[in-house]
Design a protein around this ligand. Structure first.
Ligand code: C2E
Ligand code: CA
Ligand code: CA
Length: 556
């Protein structure tokens, strides 16, 4: 259906509404005039005419009321006898009656207008988003509920859009531009979804309520909107590209209660992040996935609280000396039910749920304990452990580490922290400060997964002097035998050396990789070629024996 047709139907709807009330008012006027006439003429029954007059005021305003008052006055005026005398009324009487009712219409009409204005203002305040001027989530919930309970629509679809890069625009351009792009998106949505209503939801979301639109049409419309929103918009001559994702739910396909459908809408949208898709149509699988997600999270927290995690240690080999230089501690959760959850996924979930800091504290204490135990056995080997970005933004973490070191007399020379490039690029100033605090404690730092972030070379410059080691990510190492990645690795190693860092190649699996890495002066190698991550006892044997070049140990 095109926009013109839609507007025509809307106008027709309006027209029907007016025809209906017009008929009611005229019928009442005729009916009451007939009563007056058949009861002998004007008496107190004429007062009944105020019913259609007031209806006219409420429906058509003061003007409508005055017209109704004049017509009613004329109907019971010059041609209507007075009941008391049975004779025609004097002109002055019926004229006075008309004037009185016009006066009453003016008073009532003004009062009604005032009350309506106040009511509209209140509604506006309650239903309008101050920043954008569009309807807010209150209004959305009310309209959603009303359109379902009206029962006139067989199908109602709702779409929730999220402006994914609004925060980035806020951070890297400014707040005003981000807000203007958001409002522009709202305007575009209003224009595109003319058959529905557009709402501002929270800071960066837009909801569209589409009564009478089924799920397939909603999906097609959404695709259309996403494709037009892809072309950059110009905000004060600055080209801004918006990235949007969306969730779709439909009444009655997914449910019949507005409240539950709104929750589903959030889940449908959330799903797009997990599946790396743009449009998420709600389905039962989402519900089950959610249940599983939360039950996994509960088990994860339970495992943390009940000391059910263990550590595996992967040797890092100094290739020149052909001996272990350190080990990396990697978290392990030996719960067979969660065998499908990778450690990286586990860490991500703990970050999302907000208890990664607790895991890191557990990790730090366990690493410190292991260093002590090995010392007792005469093994002195540095252990590196992974920090999450959220650990450094937690001021408490550094004081926890400081206190722990003091209280337990830990040799910090044996502790290294690994931080990924991505985790430190936000809030560089604060991060640098935190890193310096750790360095002061004597803890060595590694820049982990190097090459997977944006602008890696710039990061290398910025963080030179703060990191002792640079770990080149496996994605580079995987390709050094095949393509030009070797040149890049060579350059990275040279640059790192000039900045006083030693380089570790991660994920080395075959002998040829070791050979080629040695030609470009790589200092250390970590990977399955030398050893998989091992439980502590096996690592002890590994340390004490000669370096084995085989994948003998499997503990991951
Ligand atoms: P990462 O820090 O890059 O750790 C190295 C990962 O690569 C480990 O996976 C290790 O088992 C694997 N790996 C090592 N050599 C090879 C190889 O030659 N081939 C292949 N295919 N893989 C190799 P893991 O243990 O599954 O850990 C995955 C990621 O999870 C880690 O990547 C790290 O980012 C994170 N992680 C692990 N343990 C912790 C932890 O205790 N705390 C935090 N915050 N993150 C952790
Ligand atoms: Ca690491
Ligand atoms: Ca790594």
């Amino acid at each position: 259906m095109n926009k013109k047709l839609w507007e025509f139907l809307r106008a027709m709807e309006n027209k029907h509404y007016h025809i209906l009330w017009f008929t009611v008012i005229v019928s009442l006027m005729v009916f009451i005039t007939a009563i007056v006439y058949f009861t002998g003429g004007t008496s107190s029954t004429v007062q009944l005419l105020y019913v259609p007059i007031f209806i006219a005021v409420f429906v058509y305003g003061i003007k409508g009321g005055i017209i109704a008052a004049i017509f009613s006055g004329l109907a019971v005026g010059p041609f209507m006898p007075a009941a008391a005398t049975g004779e025609m009324q004097p002109t002055a009487i019926w004229m006075l009656r008309i004037l009185t009712s016009v006066f009453i219409v003016l008073v009532v009409g003004k009062l009604y207008e005032h009350v309506k204005k106040m009511d509209d203002l209140e509604k506006k305040r309650a239903y309008e988003d101050v920043a954008t001027g569009y309807f807010n989530s209150n209004k959305f919930n009310i309209d959603w509920t009303d359109s379902i309970s009206a029962g006139t629509y067989g199908s109602i679809s709702t779409i929730l859009f999220r402006f994914e890069n609004m925060d980035m625009i806020k951070r890297y351009v400014d707040f005003e531009t981000s807000m203007k792009s958001y409002i522009r998106l709202l305007e575009m949505a209003e224009e595109f979804f003319y058959m529905g209503t557009v709402y501002t939801i929270s800071d960066n979301k837009i909801a569209v309520l589409l009564p009478g639109v089924d799920i397939d049409r909603a999906n097609n419309l959404t695709k259309g909107f996403i494709s037009i929103s892809k072309s950059p918009m110009y905000i004060e001559n600055l080209p801004i590209s918006t990235v949007i994702k969306c969730g779709i739910v439909n009444y009655p396909n997914h449910g019949t209660e507005a409240y539950k459908l709104t929750l589903m809408l959030d889940k449908a949208l959330e799903q797009t992040s997990r599946l790396h898709s743009t449009i998420g149509i709600y389905n039962d699988i989402i519900e089950k996935e959610h249940e599983r997600y939360y039950s996994d999270l509960v088990s994860l927290y339970h495992a943390l609280k009940n000391d059910m995690f263990t550590l595996a240690f992967q040797p890092i080999i100094d290739v020149r000396k052909n001996r272990i230089s350190s080990v990396e501690a990697l978290l392990r959760w030996n719960d067979s039910r969660h065998i499908n959850m990778s450690i990286a996924e586990l860490i991500k979930r703990a970050e999302d749920a907000g208890f990664i800091n607790e895991i890191t504290k557990w990790l730090f204490a366990s690493v410190a304990e292991q260093i002590k135990l090995w010392k007792e056995k005469g093994i002195e080997i540095p252990v590196s452990m992974n920090l999450s970005a959220l650990d450094l933004s937690d001021a408490e973490f550094i004081s926890y580490v400081t206190d722990y070191i003091k209280e337990n007399d830990i040799n910090t020379r044996l502790i290294e922290f690994e931080l990924t490039e991505r985790s430190i690029i936000h809030n560089e100033e604060i991060m640098s400060e935190q890193l310096m605090k750790l360095k002061k404690l004597g803890i060595k730092l590694s820049l982990d997964d190097y090459g997977t972030g944006h602008n890696s070379l710039k990061n290398l410059m910025n963080f030179a002097g703060k990191f002792d080691y640079l770990k080149i990510d496996k994605v580079f190492i995987d390709k050094i035998l095949k393509d030009e990645k070797l040149i890049m690795v060579d350059c990275i190693i040279r640059a790192a050396h000039r900045m006083g860092m030693k380089v570790v190649a991660e994920g080395v699996e075959i002998h040829e990789q070791v050979e080629i890495l040695m030609t470009v002066d790589c200092d250390m190698i970590q990977g399955f070629y030398y050893s998989m991550p091992l439980p502590p006892e096996e690592l002890e044997q590994y340390v004490l024996g000669p370096i084995k070049h085989e994948q003998k140990y499997a503990y991951h």
